[in-house]
Ligand binder design. Structure first.
Ligand code: DO4
Ligand code: MG
Length: 281
């Protein structure tokens, strides 16, 4: 099932998405729906099907969940580790080390405050000259760290700030509109093999494609359950937490995001996450 949220008369509601239409779920946002499914011990898709309106409407998907916490995993694809090491001449090997070691890189990416849904603007820090999209598969967690579903994420990052000094990582990663999620959440039962997904990313500027890249989640160097297990060590993240599993697509410096660029990330089984970029101050 494809679940998400819509905005109706200023109110965010969970919804079931089918054939390009939405069936809103009255009186529940996505967090409330997931919480209720846990409390009542019913499968999320069954609960959603029983509560959803019988009248499909043409409504645009909003941010699919307002996550209490978003965490990012890094250097989970060889391309990301080797690119970052090449960038850091003086700290050669730091990223390759993390790529190889059992403990993954996990960083705090923010809360719902910094998240946007498809169609909404992602941010370019005004003090960054090289901000890049990081297209990633993301998972939504239940209260026991179980995977409820999958969505797409853009871990928008100020790479020049990260490159200047590793201690600046939080500033490169966390700022207004730094995380796009969506368009929908595909429930876990509907995506039995998250390691066989083809992902593409394009950046268009003034209608022309200036970057196009692709990867497959078969190149993800970690098991998703391992990432979750490390995240939850001594850190019981709340229901609805979103975990970004890392980028396998690295954009070129010539394609550094500029105001007005449009980034599209697509996985056929999940949909397309499309966001224009704006400067944030
Ligand atoms: O430390 C760098 C962050 C890495 C990252 O976000 C990624 O590989 O996706
Ligand atoms: Mg990333």
């Amino acid at each position: 099932m494809h679940l998400g949220q819509i905005k109706s008369e200023g109110v965010i509601l969970a919804a079931v998405f089918e054939n390009g239409l939405a069936r809103p779920i009255p009186a529940h946002n996505m967090l409330a729906l997931i919480r209720r499914a846990e409390v009542e011990k019913v499968p999320l898709d069954e609960l959603a099907a029983s509560l959803a309106s019988r009248h499909p409407e043409k409504l645009a998907p909003a941010l699919p969940i307002h996550p209490p916490e978003v965490w990012g995993c890094g250097c989970t694809y060889e391309t990301s580790a080797s690119f970052r090491d090449a960038e850091h001449g003086t700290r050669e090997g730091m990223y390759a080390h993390v790529y190889r070691e059992p403990r993954p890189e996990i960083f705090f990416k923010g809360t719902a405050r910094v998240c946007v849904g498809t169609g909404q603007s992602i941010g370019i820090r005004a003090d960054s000259q090289f901000t890049a999209p990081e297209p990633e598969l993301a998972v939504v967690l239940g209260s026991a760290g179980n995977v409820i579903g999958y969505t797409l994420a853009n871990d928008v990052s100020a790479w020049d700030i990260e490159r200047e000094n590793a201690l600046y990582l939080p500033q490169s990663k966390v700022y207004d509109c730094c995380c796009a999620l969506g368009p929908v959440i595909v429930t876990a039962d509907q995506l039995p093999d998250p390691y066989q997904l083809s992902m593409t990313c394009t950046i268009t500027r003034g209608g022309s494609t200036i970057f196009s890249g692709s990867t497959s989640t078969s190149k993800l160097h970690r098991r998703i359950e391992t990432l979750i297990e490390y995240l939850r060590r001594a850190n019981r993240v709340p229901l609805g937490t979103v975990v970004l599993t890392g980028t396998g697509i690295i954009v070129t410096a010539e394609s550094a995001l500029a105001q007005g660029d449009v980034v599209s990330i697509a996985v056929p089984e999940i949909g397309e996450l499309t966001n224009p970029a704006v400067l944030v101050h």
